[in-house]
Every structure is written in structure tokens, then in C-alpha cells.
Design a protein around this ligand. Structure first.
Ligand SMILES: *[C@@H]1O[C@H](CO)[C@@H](O)[C@H](O)[C@H]1NC(C)=O
Ligand SMILES: *[C@@H]1O[C@H](CO)[C@@H](O)[C@H](O)[C@H]1NC(C)=O
Length: 437
């Protein structure tokens, strides 16, 4: 995810400059290496921290990891959370992205091109992921060649034009289960030494990849048996919220579930039809992705056109006129007075919804009330937070971004290949399953 833009990712192998990243000496201590490696003696063997065995963890209440999220859709246009990585652990602000897999940090390898970041660059250790590692393979095209077998080069590109290029390392992540047990798994992450900022790049240290692929933090935590392969988030329309790994924060019977199409590389609740004010609009067969890396929601051209038409038609006779002088978003309206909060205007707008055909009998609905598709600009105008995805280069994908996932718990269940949601109050981190409204 890259602030304000859809963040699903294209990954491919780069054999970049043959840069001396593949220092041929196995110690990686050659002075010609661009790597500024830490002394190996600093390493503690993995598992030396006081942690319970994984089989014990999974069957217990409290076996989730919950992390507070900071940010909002507008004016910040980004979300971030703090992870402690390395030995000793250092804090980094990361963009939680369910639209991409790889977690990476701006990295002193040394850095060829890094953007300004809130913390000092990550100092990589010498624990390289090898080229044949399945995690490396998952980030490469099917027929990739290992020109430097001892390392894994990666490049990720985001839909907003941003990218990161680097090499995979393993390092210790300091995480705490809700039961209080401290975990220190060694996980693969990208040491990104060459970044291109996208059209809107937040002031952050890197990206937290939460997608369906093997390299995502979700997959890695679950393959080590630490939590179940489930990730979710709850972001509040008041700003902030939380992210969680594991499945014991919610009661699955109170969640609306939709199956993920097997063939989708990204999190998708499937194909939907568009409803406006509870009625079918005639827009059907929309392939939907949920992407926490996107601040706004994007509909492909035809769906966008129809949706904008319905919103505008519904505003006729109401005290709003288009604010052509407001550059915040493509469509803004001026009301009788400047507004402060979407709650002030929600009575003038209708909800819309995505109706998923899940099985022959059930219709699964994702409701989007006005507060989840409108923002109030700094000028006090109301703006449409649903944008033309075709214009943003997203082709026929329809991307439900943070704005439309506010005040819901959204669950990406990779164990059962289901996506779930339920209305929730996201202002406070839940202590138990009893929090759902
Ligand atoms: C990231 O979160 C921290 C609080 O944990 C906050 O101080 C910082 O401003 C946030 N950065 C961005 C770009 O939102
Ligand atoms: C959406 O963007 C596409 C590509 O730029 C453009 O052709 C189309 O007219 C736009 N649709 C609307 C309704 O603005």
C-alpha cells in the first residue's frame, strides 16, 4: 500500500547490476561488500527467548497478536503501525498492506536511494535468505534463475508507481500475544536499498505485507505455528484502530463471510453487484479486492460512472452544489455551510452496498454508509471518496480501500479461504470476543 493509492503488487526478479550484494565469501565480511554487517557474535540462537511451544499457543484464548494502528483517510491519507525488529529491537513505522505480501524496510545496505523516513535506516544482519528458499521463490516469476544462489533479490512495484528493490534477510520480530506471552520469531523481510516513491508516499520506514503469499507476515507467523493464518483490522472513522493476527478476537458466527475465489492472488470476497439505497443499479460482475493499502475506494470506469450518477441524482433538490474550486478530490460539493464531520451530512446521502453471490442461496452484503464513502475537505466541502479506478490504472479491478472498511472488523481468513466483516467499534482494542456491536 502506498498512501491513497491501491497497493496491490507486481513482483519480479531483478538481477540488478550484479551489485556486489552476492559477496562470494560466505562470511560476507569482505570490505568490498556494500553490506554493512553486524558482528555475528551478537546473534542469539533462534528460540532462545522465553516462548512457549507453538502447539501450546494455538489452542489457547489469547493467542492473537494485536497492534494499534495510527492514521486516517483524510487529511493524513495513510495508516501506520509500529513494529520492533532486529537485535536489539528497534521501532519502525510500517504501512499495513493487505494488498501486497512482502514486508520491507528502508535499509542501509548501504542505501542507493531511500526516501526520508521517521527512523534511522534498518541495519541488515548477515542472515540472508537463499535464492531457493520457498519464500524467495514466492516473490519471483515461475521460471526464475538463481544467479546468486546465496541471496534473494526482490523487486516489488505498487499500483501507485512506487517500488522497492533489495534483498531478503531474516531478522527477529518482537511481538506479544494478547495472553502476554512474548514471541521473537525470525522472519524474512526485505532490506530495501533502492526505493522509488509512488504518486503519494507516506513518511514511513517501510511496508508491512499482509497478503496471501508465502512471504507475508501472516503466512510466516502461521507457518511457524505461532498464530492461525488469519489477519484482520478494525479502523475507526475517528482515526486509528488496530490490526490483529489470529482468530480469537471475534465470534465467527457473528461475522458475515464470503469465500475467496481460489484463483485470486489478492484478497477478494468475489464478484459483486452494486446496490444504491438498497436497490440494484444494474452494475454487476464487479471483481472486488479489499486492500488496506488503499486509502480510497476505486471502481472501474463504468461502475464509477454509474455510482457517481446515482449520488449526483440523489443530491438534486438538496442544498449542495459542485465545488469546482476544491482540488481535494475529483468530486466535491459545497453545502449551506462548511462542515466538519461526515456525520453532519450523512442524512443527505444514501448508503450503497456490494452484494456478493456466495453460493446459490445466500446473498452476502457489504454495506457502505455515507461516512464510509465521503470525506470532509479542509475547505468544509463534502467530497466523494470513491474514485475512478480505470483512471488510476487499475483496469477492471474494484478496490475497497480503508475509507469503506471503517467501523467494521474485516477478517482475512487464509485457513478457510474466507473474507469476513461485521460492524464494530474500532476505537478501543478489544479484550475479548464480547466487543462486537
Ligand atoms: C505513525 O504512527 C505514529 C504513532 O505510532 C505517529 O506518531 C506518526 O505520525 C505516524 N506516521 C504517519 C505518517 O502517519
Ligand atoms: C474513468 O477513467 C477513464 C480512463 O482515464 C476515462 O476514460 C473515463 O471516462 C473515466 N470515467 C468517468 C466516469 O469519469
Amino acid at each position: 500500500m502506498k498512501n491513497g493509492e491501491a497497493g496491490f503488487v507486481v513482483v519480479f526478479l531483478i538481477s540488478l547490476w550484479g551489485l556486489a550484494l552476492s559477496s562470494s565469501s560466505s562470511s560476507y565480511s569482505s570490505s568490498s561488500s556494500p553490506w554493512d554487517f553486524y558482528d555475528q557474535s551478537r546473534w542469539n540462537p533462534p528460540g532462545s527467548s522465553p516462548m512457549a511451544s507453538s502447539s501450546m499457543l494455538l489452542n489457547r484464548v489469547g493467542s492473537s497478536i494485536v497492534l494499534p494502528i495510527h492514521g486516517n483517510v483524510y487529511p493524513i491519507g495513510a495508516y501506520n503501525l509500529t513494529l520492533l525488529i532486529g537485535q536489539p529491537p528497534k521501532p519502525y513505522f510500517l504501512d499495513p498492506d493487505t494488498g501486497s505480501d512482502l514486508t520491507w524496510l528502508q535499509c542501509d545496505a548501504p542505501c542507493v536511494k531511500c526516501t526520508e523516513a521517521p527512523h534511522p535506516l534498518y541495519q541488515p544482519n548477515n542472515d540472508l535468505v537463499i535464492c531457493r528458499d520457498p519464500i524467495c521463490a514466492s516473490l519471483q516469476p515461475g521460471d526464475y534463475r538463481c544467479e546468486s544462489p546465496q541471496q534473494c533479490d526482490y523487486e516489488v512495484e505498487y499500483a501507485d508507481g512506487g517500488s522497492s528493490l533489495g534483498v531478503l534477510v531474516k531478522d527477529v520480530f518482537s511481538l506479544r500475544l494478547s495472553s502476554g506471552i512474548q514471541l521473537s520469531p525470525r522472519l524474512a523481510l526485505g532490506c530495501g536499498y533502492d526505493q522509488l516513491p509512488g504518486s503519494s508516499h507516506p513518511f514511513l520506514d517501510g511496508v508491512l505485507g499482509l497478503g496471501r503469499g508465502k512471504s507475508s507476515l501472516t503466512s510466516q507467523l502461521s507457518s511457524q505455528g505461532l498464530v492461525r493464518n488469519v489477519v484482520g483490522h478494525c479502523i475507526s472513522s475517528r482515526g486509528g484502530g488496530y490490526l490483529f493476527f489470529g482468530d480469537d478476537l471475534y465470534d465467527a458466527s457473528r461475522i458475515t463471510w464470503s469465500s475467496m475465489p481460489r484463483e485470486s492472488k489478492h484478497y477478494s470476497p468475489g464478484v459483486a453487484e452494486l446496490l444504491f439505497a438498497g436497490k440494484p443499479t444494474g452494475v454487476k460482475n464487479m471483481f472486488i479486492l479489499l486492500d488496506s493499502g488503499s486509502s480510497y475506494t476505486y471502481l472501474s470506469s463504468q461502475a464509477y460512472q454509474d455510482f457517481a450518477f446515482f449520488v449526483k441524482k440523489d443530491l438534486m433538490g438538496k442544498p449542495f452544489k459542485e465545488a469546482l474550486d476544491d482540488p481535494t478530490l475529483p468530486l466535491c460539493w459545497k453545502g449551506r455551510r462548511p462542515y466538519k464531520n461526515t456525520r453532519d451530512v450523512k442524512k443527505y446521502f444514501k448508503p450503497f452496498a456490494l452484494n456478493f453471490a456466495s453460493g446459490a442461496k445466500f446473498k452476502t452484503r457489504f454495506e457502505i454508509p455515507p461516512e464510509s464513502y465521503l470525506i470532509i475537505s479542509s475547505k468544509g466541502n463534502v467530497c466523494l471518496g470513491v474514485l475512478n479506478g480505470t483512471e488510476a490504472g487499475l483496469q477492471n479491478y474494484n478496490i475497497v480501500g480503508d475509507i469503506s472498511m471503517q467501523d467494521k472488523m474485516v477478517i482475512y481468513d487464509n485457513e478457510r479461504q474466507m473474507i469476513g466483516w461485521a460492524p464494530a467499534s474500532c476505537d478501543r482494542i478489544p479484550k475479548s470476543k464480547a466487543f462486537l456491536s
